[in-house]
Write a protein that binds this ligand. Structure first.
Ligand code: FMN
Ligand code: ATP
Length: 184
């Protein structure tokens, strides 16, 4: 996997997933496997565009689930071709909507996977509807546990805060591939 720290990536075709991916939990893994599938079907490279530190850590100081190193390692194991890591700092967050769209356009994406609440650009000015005016955008179905709750980094952080490491690990840890069956 090629990693680009704060460098823009110019390629003739791609499929891209954009997001924080803190923890690379089961929901994220499903998204990333789908990205690899898309890339094989289209025969174009897969690109993950992520942020370090996670914007929620930058703004609200929430604890990080995985170090950048661990996040990179997990994303690489899924078989992603290119990883862009944007250093989320004061300078980056001031970038405009147009500036971000221009950067993405340099990768010529056939499809972009984002969350339905994805925001981009200074003061969160851009949303999925705006992004869809420029690119084909796909929103994945939520991956949930048996009890119907959507898996999220926020939820895993809460489980850890409550001292529920076992259940947090079930949602995070790759060694528990079928363990959602145990989660009630
Ligand atoms: C170019 C750019 C600028 C951003 N500027 C801001 C900002 O000014 N304020 C803010 O709260 N979030 C900002 N964000 C962060 C987004 O709101 C969001 O947290 C980020 O895109 C991660 O998406 P995710 O929640 O789907 O993982 C920016 C994101 C991008 C890509
Ligand atoms: N449970 C899930 N099912 C399907 N897609 C998911 C799931 N969780 C995250 N994603 C997707 O993964 C990408 C990155 O999401 P993001 O990093 O915001 O995850 P998150 O777990 O929702 O984070 P947070 O709880 O901090 O908001 C987005 O495309 C998002 O829609």
């Amino acid at each position: 996997m090629e990693i680009y720290f704060n460098k823009s990536l110019e390629i003739p075709k791609s499929v891209i997933a954009i997001g924080t991916f803190d923890g690379v939990h089961r929901g994220h893994q499903t998204v990333l496997h789908e990205l690899v599938n898309m890339s094989k079907i289209e025969n174009v490279p897969s690109v993950v565009y992520t942020f370090d530190p996670p914007p929620k850590s930058y703004f609200q100081g929430v604890p990080v689930l995985t170090t950048l190193e661990e996040k990179i390692s997990r994303i690489e194991q899924i078989g992603i071709d290119h990883l862009k890591v944007a250093n989320f700092n004061e300078q980056y967050l001031k970038r405009s909507v147009d500036d971000f769209i221009e950067e993405i356009a340099k990768m010529n994406p056939l499809n972009i996977i984002v969350g339905n609440d994805f925001r981009f650009g200074h003061k969160r000015a851009g949303n999925v509807s705006l992004l869809s005016q420029y690119f084909k955008v796909t929103i994945m179905e939520p991956v949930c546990c048996k009890n119907g709750e959507r898996i999220s980094s926020t939820r895993i952080r809460k489980l850890i805060q409550e001292g529920n490491m076992e259940q947090a690990n079930l949602l995070l840890d790759w060694r528990h591939k079928d363990s959602e069956i145990l989660y009630t």
